[in-house]
Design a protein around this ligand. Sequence first.
Ligand code: CP
Length: 306
Amino acid sequence: MDRKDLLGLYDLAPEEIGEILDLGLTFKAALKRGEKEHSILKGKSAVILFYENSTRTHTSFELAAKFLGASVVNISVATSSVQKGETLVDTGKTLDAMKNDFIVIRHPMGGAPKLLAETVKAHVVNGGDGMHEHPTQALLDMLTLKEHFGRIEGLKIAILGDVRHSRVAKSNLYGLTKLGAEVRLFAPKTLMPDGLEREGAIVCSSREEAVEGADAVMGLRIQLERQKAGNFPSLVEYAKYYGVDENILHYAKKGAIVLHPGPVNRGVELTSEVIDGETSRIEDQVLSGLAVRMAALSLLNGEGKV
Ligand code: CP
């Protein structure tokens, strides 16, 4: 992969996605064997700059950089000079002045990682920006699928829930369709943006239509404040008509798996039976996340081998 930054899957070529997934699978196998120490980023530094809360993405990027041998610094936005009014660009210039090599950023504004990447010499990795993209989440979902099914091409993936506000849904749509999967979307009308058919999605009019014959079913996290905004009547109805339960999974292909980016609102996007059941790959997704982030950081550094 010959690029400075990883900002989204919309701009990535299928070959680049394939390269990240292949290296990610190698790292995942090594992690399963207990092999964590690598020297690919020895002598490099990475700053984790998150303007929003995170458990999975933050922790796995920090571990990924450390397992690759980098020095890692976490910036707590709550106690940084951002609170004194420092702009994102000035924060980036400050980190560049310290000869820092990587910045992993999560930001509530779509496009913030691109703005930062255009300003700094460091490699910028998007850890989720507004409603725009969450590329490493989609890559870890794809890694989980590729490891389970041995391929992405030809798979049918149903994505249910709040597509409008979901950067996860958008990155998955771009990445999965580039590798030849079929992506079906189903959401309340208030939570489905226009125009995703042009990006290759099949927009379904029922949950059954989306899940029929699917190889994988992905629930999306609902931000609970969306109900107050009048986008759906109640959490009970959201769970009943847009959530993933054992009944709707009967429409999926035999052997279908269930994915969720986390954190899950138990009993809303997925029932507890599904989350803790045999078809759930949620914990496996977390390990895929660590592996794929190790792969992305290595490839941005110009290292394609473990
Ligand atoms: N899936 C995801 O981005 O989770 P976090 O918000 O915990 O990082």
